[in-house]
Design a protein around this ligand. Structure first.
Ligand code: NAP
Length: 266
């Protein structure tokens, strides 16, 4: 999607993939900064390891504790995180809603994507955040971090619940949007993490998985709920990174078409 965007903007630049092992990150990053790159994207496990290596960090990325985008300028590097803001844009585009105005349930709140989504929800000002994770202790640990982050704003309620059908059903009655951030659904035959009868037509269901159509999306669509897969989040984190590196508006339609063509997904 980046190369399609660069071409559409008439920029003589290229987005390339470079494999660095953890012990190679420091030297590799130094070389990239010296050799004319506008910036980099980083993925696991480098999103946290890069933080001590950059000159400055955007406040939201600092709160997230993870950097997926670095911009080089005048010999200095600055880290950002576009995953959370990409999710916010995807929710707006998919449902026409501001994430910060919704009561949210996050499934998979013990993983990297779930943690990032939860912290972004706190940054956006969601009034109620319900965390669910197969290993409940991880969701409970995240509750403590979120409470620290939202300290002083008494309106916010953050809680972790068990993933039993009963507790999920009770909680769903009081949420507006479900952000499915677990890996459940990536494999053929994986069940939905939610009891189908508890999904209501008024719910927004955002499944961050984009590699296949999940049982959750099937169930939610049957119920009449509005649904979207994770392709929009992938697209918008990329578009935001493009804007950070090149300081110009990203050609989102071109990027979306390239992404769909490359993945065969919609
Ligand atoms: P991760 O750090 O490995 O976390 C995996 C999460 O899934 C944990 O919460 C884990 O629970 C849960 N999980 C795994 N297997 C499960 C099962 N059988 N039943 C219930 N829960 C299960 O992975 P990640 O990087 O956060 O990625 C998670 C998902 O987010 C993936 O599906 C990925 O496609 C998606 N994602 C999408 C985008 C996007 O741009 N759209 C970006 C990043 C990630 P435990 O804590 O109990 O192990």
């Amino acid at each position: 999607m980046h190369n399609a965007a660069l071409k559409a903007c008439g920029m003589d630049m290229e987005y390339v993939r470079i494999h660095l092992r953890p012990p190679e990150l420091e030297e590799g990053f130094r070389l990239l900064s010296l050799h004319g790159f506008a910036g980099v994207n980083l993925t696991i496990p480098h999103k946290t390891a890069i933080i001590p290596l950059i000159d400055s960090i955007d406040p939201s990325a600092e709160k997230l504790g993870a950097v997926n985008t670095v911009r080089f300028e005048n010999g200095k590097s600055r880290g950002y995180n576009t995953d959370g803001p990409g999710l916010v844009r995807a929710v707006m585009v998919s449902f026409g809603a501001r994430l910060g105005e919704l009561r949210v349930m996050i499934i998979g709140a013990g993983g990297g994507a779930g943690r990032a989504a939860a912290i972004q929800c706190a940054i956006e000002g969601c009034s109620e955040i319900t965390l669910v994770n197969r290993t409940q202790s991880k969701a409970e640990a995240l509750v403590h971090s979120l409470r620290e982050l939202t300290a002083g704003s008494s309106a916010r309620s953050v809680r972790a619940i068990t993933d039993s059908s009963e507790s999920l059903s009770c909680a769903l009655a009081e949420v507006d949007i479900v952000l499915q951030c677990s890996s459940l659904g990536m494999k053929e035959g994986d069940p939905s993490p939610l009891p189908k009868p508890a999904i209501e037509a008024r719910h927004f269901v955002y499944d961050t998985i984009y590699s296949r159509r999940t049982q959750l999306i099937e169930d939610a669509e049957d119920t009449g709920a509005r649904c979207a897969n994770g392709l929009g989040m992938l697209l918008h984190q990329g578009a935001l990174a493009f804007e950070i590196w090149l300081q110009r508006t990203a050609p989102v339609e071109v990027m979306s078409a390239a992404l769909k063509a490359a993945t065969g997904l919609k």
